[in-house]
Design a protein. Structure first.
Lengths: 415, 262
C-alpha cells in the first residue's frame, strides 16, 4: 500500500524564546487586569499600538487571541454561538469565534498560560485598515465592558499614498490623544511616542530581515513557522523585548543559511501564500507541503507587519504612512505590483491563494488577480477554498488533492 | 517468466472504483467498475481480480500499479499514487494528444483541467466544497423524482420544453424540482433542466478554450448531457471510448512511464 510520506521539518530553536515572550506578554496583561494597573488598552492588529504604549497602557490584541482560538481548533465550537445571537456565518470568523468564546467564558489562554479570562479593557482602539468588522467587534466589547471605544477610519483601494491620505490619518491619530490622556490619567509626552515608534521601527526592521532570510535557497523558514513567530511583531511592537527576541531568531536563521540548512528537507518547490493562514491546519498544511518537498516560504500575511515608513522624528505622519502603505488597504494594481515583487525576490515557483470564506477583505483572488499575475509572471497559481478560523468551510481531502496536483503540475513543467 | 507484462491503474472515487489494465503498448485489455462502498481496499482488490481475468492476466504479470482518487492510499497492491487531476490528464492526453480542456464530472467533484500541446497541465480547477453539478446532485434528483438514475439520460433526450432551475444549491434545486412537479411539469422536461443545471455549474468553473474532452461516470451514463454541452458551447466535444475509466487509464499510463514519485 502506498504510504503517507512523513518528513522531518527542522525545528527553530528560538521558538522557545518566542513562546516565553508570548507567555510573559500574556502574564503581564493578566497581572495588570488583576491589579487594575497599568491600564489596559485593546488594539487592532495594525492599530496605533505605539501611541497606546507611549501612554503606558498594557496592550491587548483580540485578533491574536482569536487566532489562538483557531490554532487550538476551538474556534469552530464558538462561531455558532455568535451566529445564534445575530452575527452572520459569512462575517469575520475571528469576530464570531472570539465573541462566541467570550459568551461561553472560554479562552485558550487558560490552557496555555493558566489565565482565566481575557483582560478587561479601559479603552478599545481600532483602525479599520484590517476591515470594518474590527469596528463592530470592538463596539460590542465596548458595550459589554462599558469602556470607551476610539477609532481610526482608513482609506481603501489606495493606489498612490498621497500627502492628503497622510494628513487625514495623522489628524485622526492626533485626535486620539485628548481622550487617551483622560483615560490614562496622564499627559501625552511626544518623546514617549518617539521612543515607542523607534522601538516599533526596529522590531519591524528585524522582522523584515527574518522574513527575507527565506530568499535563500534552501529557505531556512516556512510561512507556517512565520505565522507563529510573528507574535512579537504584532503584540510586541513598541517594546524592547520584541527586539531582543527577534535578534536571537535572526541569528539562528542566518546561521542556517550559512550551513545551507533548509526548513524543508530537500526543498524542490518554492511557494508563496497569499491570504490568511488556516489557523486550525497550520501543522497539517506544513506537513502536506513538506512531504512534497515544497516550502511555502513567503506570504503577504506575515509581511503585513513590516512598517518601514515609521520615523521617530515624525511619529504621527510616519505612523499614518506606515498604516496606509499597508497591503490590505491598497488598490488591486498596487497589490499586484507588491506580489509580483515578492515572487521575484523570493524566487517563487508557484502561488497559493487562500480564498477565506469569512474574510473577503484579505482574499485577493476574487477579482481575477491570480489570472492577471499568472499572465504577467508565468508563475502558476492555485486557489484553496477555506477559512481562517471556521473549519466547517474546509474540505481537507480536497485541499490535499489540490495541493498534490499543483505540485505535480510544477514538476511536469520541469521535465 | 512473465507471459505478458501489464500495467494497472486504480481509481478509487467517492462513488465508484475503476481498475484499468493496459498491455505494453498502452491498449486497454481489461477493466472493472464497482461501487466503492465502505471498504476501499476490498473493492479495489475485487476490481483487480475481474480486470485481470478480462485481460487474461494474473497478478504476477503486473509490472507496476498506481492508484488515484480519494481512496488512493487504500489500495494494497498499488506501488505509488498520483492525484486524479494528473491521472485524468494523462488518460485524456493518451486518447487526444493535443492541447485540450478536460471536463471530468465525477460522483462528488468536478474538474476542469487544461493541457498544452505537450500534455503538460497549465491549470486545473475543482468544484468548490459543494455537490452542485456533480454526480451526487444527479443522484439526489433521481431520488426526488423517484426515477432510476439510469433512466435519466433517456428521459432528458425526450424533453421538448426544458424546465429552468435557478438555484445553485442542491437542496434548493430539489425544492424547485418539487415545485415543478406540483405545477404538473413533465418529468423529462425537469430531468433536462437538471442536466442543464449540471452544465451551468461546470461552465462557470473555467473558460472552455481549446478542444474540449468530457469524462467521468456522469458522462459515461448520460451522453445527452454531452450533446447539450456541445450545443451550449457551440463546438464538438470529444469523449473517449470509456469515459468512466479515464482516471484509471491515466494511472496505468503513469505506472508504465514509472513517473510516480510517491
Amino acid at each position: 500500500m502506498p504510504e503517507e510520506k512523513k518528513t522531518v521539518r527542522k525545528k527553530i530553536a528560538a521558538a522557545a524564546d518566542l513562546n516565553n515572550f508570548m507567555r510573559d506578554y500574556y502574564l503581564a496583561l493578566d497581572a495588570a487586569a488583576q491589579k487594575g494597573s497599568p491600564k489596559i488598552a485593546w488594539c487592532t492588529s495594525v492599530g496605533p499600538a505605539e501611541i497606546l504604549r507611549a501612554f503606558g497602557f498594557q496592550v491587548y490584541f483580540p485578533e491574536t487571541h482569536s487566532a489562538m482560538l483557531g490554532a487550538t481548533r476551538m474556534a469552530t465550537d464558538f462561531i455558532p454561538v455568535a451566529n445564534a445571537m445575530g452575527y452572520s456565518p459569512d462575517i469575520c470568523s475571528y469576530l464570531t469565534a472570539d465573541i462566541g468564546a467570550f459568551l461561553k467564558g472560554v479562552t485558550p489562554l487558560a490552557k496555555a498560560f493558566n489565565i482565566k479570562s481575557i483582560p478587561k479593557p479601559d479603552v478599545l482602539v481600532f483602525n479599520t485598515n484590517q476591515c470594518r468588522d474590527v469596528q463592530d467587534w470592538f463596539n460590542w466589547y465596548s458595550a459589554k465592558f462599558n469602556a470607551p471605544v476610539l477609532g481610526v477610519h482608513t482609506y481603501r483601494g489606495v493606489s498612490q499614498v498621497t500627502d492628503k491620505h497622510i494628513y487625514s490619518i495623522a489628524k485622526q491619530l492626533e485626535a486620539l490623544i485628548p481622550p487617551l490622556e483622560k483615560i490614562a490619567g496622564k499627559k501625552f509626552e511626544l518623546n514617549d511616542l518617539k521612543r515607542t515608534v523607534a522601538l516599533s521601527r526596529e522590531c519591524s526592521e528585524l522582522w523584515k530581515k527574518i522574513l527575507d532570510t527565506a530568499a535563500a535557497k534552501p529557505a531556512p523558514i516556512t510561512f507556517f513557522d512565520g505565522t507563529t513567530l510573528m507574535g512579537p511583531a504584532v503584540v510586541g511592537r513598541g517594546t524592547q523585548k520584541a527586539i531582543d527576541v527577534y535578534k536571537i531568531l535572526l541569528t539562528e536563521l542566518e546561521e542556517r543559511i550559512q550551513k545551507g540548512e533548509g526548513a524543508v528537507e530537500n526543498e524542490k518547490f518554492r511557494i508563496y501564500w497569499d491570504g490568511m493562514p488556516v489557523w486550525g491546519r497550520l501543522s497539517a498544511h506544513a506537513q502536506l507541503f513538506s512531504a512534497l518537498n515544497a516550502n511555502v516560504l513567503a506570504s503577504t500575511y506575515c509581511n503585513s507587519w513590516i512598517f518601514s515608513a515609521l520615523d521617530p522624528e515624525d511619529p504621527f505622519n510616519s505612523m499614518a504612512r506606515a498604516y496606509t502603505e499597508l497591503f490590505i488597504v491598497r488598490s488591486d494594481e498596487a497589490k499586484e505590483m507588491y506580489i509580483k515583487n515578492m515572487l521575484a525576490f523570493f524566487k517563487v515557483d508557484g502561488v497559493i491563494y487562500h480564498d477565506a470564506k469569512t474574510c473577503p477583505n484579505n482574499s485577493n483572488c476574487r477579482y481575477g488577480m491570480p489570472q492577471r499575475l499568472e499572465h504577467q509572471t508565468g508563475i502558476p497559481s492555485l486557489t484553496l477554498n477555506g477559512d481562517l478560523n471556521d473549519l466547517r468551510m474546509i474540505s481537507d481531502e480536497q485541499t490535499k488533492t489540490n495541493v498534490e496536483a499543483f505540485i505535480e503540475q510544477l514538476q511536469e513543467h520541469r521535465h | 517468466m512473465r507471459v505478458q507484462p501489464v500495467y494497472v491503474g486504480v481509481d478509487v472515487g467517492a462513488s465508484r472504483t475503476k481498475v484499468a489494465v493496459l498491455d505494453a503498448v498502452k491498449t486497454l485489455i481489461g477493466y472493472a467498475v464497482q461501487k466503492s462502498g465502505t471498504d476501499f481496499s476490498a473493492t479495489a482488490d475485487d476490481c483487480l481480480k475481474h480486470a485481470l481475468a478480462m485481460a487474461g492476466a494474473v497478478e504476477t504479470d503486473i509490472v507496476n500499479a498506481i492508484s488515484t482518487g480519494y481512496g488512493r492510499k487504500n489500495v494494497t497492491y498499488a506501488r505509488g499514487t498520483r492525484t486524479e487531476i494528473g491521472c485524468h490528464a494523462g488518460g485524456c492526453y493518451h486518447y487526444f494528444p493535443t492541447a485540450i480542456t478536460i471536463i471530468d464530472i465525477g460522483g462528488q467533484d468536478n474538474k476542469v483541467i487544461k493541457l498544452d500541446e505537450a500534455g503538460r497541465r497549465t491549470s486545473f480547477k475543482m468544484n468548490r466544497k459543494c455537490a452542485a453539478g456533480t454526480g451526487a446532485f444527479l443522484e439526489e434528483m433521481s431520488a426526488r423524482l423517484d426515477i432510476p438514475l439510469e433512466r435519466m439520460n433517456d428521459l432528458a433526450s425526450r424533453s421538448t420544453d426544458m424546465v429552468k432551475l435557478g438555484s445553485f444549491c442542491t437542496v434548493f434545486s430539489a425544492t424547485e424540482v418539487l415545485e415543478n412537479i406540483r405545477h404538473g411539469k413533465k418529468i423529462e422536461d425537469i430531468v433536462k433542466g437538471v442536466f442543464f443545471s449540471v452544465i451551468r455549474r461546470v461552465l462557470e468553473m473555467d473558460a472552455m478554450s481549446e478542444n474540449v474532452v468530457m469524462t467521468g461516470g456522469v458522462v459515461a451514463h448520460n451522453l445527452h448531457l454531452v450533446r447539450m454541452m456541445e450545443e451550449l458551447i457551440a463546438k464538438p466535444i470529444w469523449v473517449p471510448e470509456q469515459p468512466q475509466l479515464t482516471g484509471a487509464i491515466g494511472a496505468a499510463i503513469y505506472a508504465m512511464d514509472n513517473r510516480s514519485e510517491n
